[in-house]
Design a protein around this ligand. Structure first.
Ligand code: SAM
Length: 473
């Protein structure tokens, strides 16, 4: 039986409820009256239920779909303005004891190079990332209690936060590691992580068991309740996602939204972010051999429906996607993107030799961070290197209530401009700097509060003339 408050995954991600939802959505995909009602509700910007979102996903009335896209774009603008938060992944280790059939790190893959960074190697990687201009990282590891136990991850986080190279600093470390215990989540929280990220991969239990035939990750229930344990361990910013391409996208979107609803109902705070990765080719993995790949149009529709269904949740897209695809979904709801990413263990400081590759998957967008930053500004966005919220204690429900009241806008826009200024001073090419300075001048005038605007102007001056850094609201 479906029970949003249950501790049991089969009850809060209930298979029958998903099947009913899908049948209901299929039946009502031309139901103009119902679709209109849902769109009207969505305009209130308080989100939609998984059932309502699935009807919009299935809706095949062209005119209504255009309304859905326009609304997603408007909601995105209302909550996130034109800011896009930047980050990069940092792979610490690709040793893995799991058997995931879509991931080249699976244990039986004998020809991928296995690597684990030492603390000294992490220093080099972090300096290279700082020299690109990054301030926010997502740590990635394979699951291996011997090669990357929690102590290794904790030590690495400490190392990363301690590195101060020139004006560089990593100010927020998000962590994407395998499902673990409440105790370990507490340790991650104490280590000062930002978001704990874990993709469900697929919400379809039967498929999940087949796609994860061996290793600890085979335990669907343990994996599916990871966010509950993370919250119990005090982590109130969690990031969820599915790997699109593994199972049917309609089922996945219903599961994903039910997961968000469950977290909100039980802990009073939904996911901080939702990621929308799509399966990619990789060493040992032929993405075409999976039957459930989705095209770019379907992908765009999914992003728009997520934006409308959970307006306060950040949405992340990685360099798995091409420039063209990223541009399309930026309009529809994505608020965070990576740039200049490497999916290998090591590789920022020095490129990996051809015969010793450790990459997790092929990236599609191979541009440098500077190129991505400039491109965003050319498109009218403000690339933001802001990490202020969690450092100011604005996490979990405090973040959400600020976001819901619109107050967050008073911090985000100024913080985006000040961190962009830092980037321009320390890392940007001449062309990026030129457009960046123009963007900042234009945007200062958009800050409605006179007092805030004056402080921002002072701080921008201090960044440029006194070489001061890390101002934030
Ligand atoms: N090992 C961790 C775990 O157990 O969840 C997560 C870290 S893994 C490095 C990050 C994510 O990469 C996975 O959750 C998966 O969704 C994604 N991934 C794995 N293989 C992929 C592929 N071939 N294409 C795209 N993404 C992939």
């Amino acid at each position: 039986m479906y029970n949003i408050l249950s501790e049991k995954p089969e009850e809060f991600i209930n298979h029958e409820e998903i099947l009913d939802t899908l049948a209901f959505a299929e039946k009502n995909k031309h139901n103009l009256e119902m679709i209109n009602k849902i769109i009207e509700k969505a305009k209130l910007r308080k989100g939609l239920t998984h059932r309502e979102a699935l009807i919009l996903l299935d809706c095949d009335i062209e005119e209504k779909n255009q309304e859905i896209y326009a609304l997603a774009e408007q909601i995105k603008k209302d909550f996130y303005g034109n800011r896009i938060v930047m980050f990069a992944p940092l792979y610490l280790s690709n040793y893995c004891v799991n058997g995931c059939t879509y991931c080249p790190y699976h244990m039986k893959n004998k020809h991928i190079a296995r690597k684990k960074l030492t603390q000294e190697e992490i220093r080099k990687e972090v300096i290279a990332l700082q020299d690109m201009g990054h301030k926010r990282l997502a740590l990635e590891t394979g699951e291996d209690p011997v090669n990357s136990p929690i102590e290794y991850v904790l030590e690495s986080i400490k190392t990363i936060y301690s590195i101060k190279h020139k004006n560089g600093a990593i100010r927020r470390v998000n962590v994407n590691i395998a499902a673990t215990t409440v105790e370990n989540y507490r340790k991650l929280k104490e280590a000062g992580i930002g978001t704990y990220i874990l993709f469900q991969e697929t919400y379809h239990k039967e498929s999940y068991l087949q796609l994860h035939p061996t290793g600890p990750k085979h335990d669907y229930d343990y994996h599916t309740t990871a966010m509950d344990r993370a919250m119990q361990g005090g982590i109130d910013d969690v990031g969820i996602g599915v790997l699109f391409g593994l199972d049917k996208y309609r089922y996945e979107l219903a599961g994903l939204l039910m997961h968000a609803e469950h977290l909100e109902a039980v802990f009073g705070v939904g996911p901080h972010t939702i990621s929308v990765p799509r399966l990619r080719h990789a060493d040992d993995i032929d993405a075409d051999s999976f039957d459930n790949g989705i095209d770019d149009d379907t992908f765009a529709k999914i992003v728009a429906c997520i934006r409308i269904a959970v307006p306060y949740t950040g949405m992340i897209i990685s360099t798995r996607e091409s420039q063209v695809c990223r541009e399309r979904v930026l309009h529809l709801g994505v608020s965070q993107i990576s740039g200049g990413s490497k999916t290998s263990v090591g590789g920022y400081a020095e490129p990996e030799p051809e015969d010793n590759k450790s990459e997790q998957f092929d990236v599609s967008d191979t541009r440098t961070l500077d190129e991505v930053v400039k491109w965003l500004m050319d498109l009218g966005y403000i690339p933001s290197f802001c990490t202020a919220c969690y450092r100011e204690g604005r996490t979990g429900d405090r973040f959400m209530s600020l976001c819901k009241s619109g107050q967050i806008q008073n911090c985000c826009q100024p913080n985006a401009l000040m961190t962009l200024k830092e980037y321009l001073m320390d890392y940007a090419s001449e062309a990026t700097k030129k457009i960046g300075e123009y963007v900042i001048q234009e945007e200062i005038n958009q800050i409605p509060n006179e007092k805030v605007r004056q402080i921002v102007i002072e701080n921008l001056k201090a960044i440029e003339q006194e070489n001061r850094r890390d101002f934030r609201f």
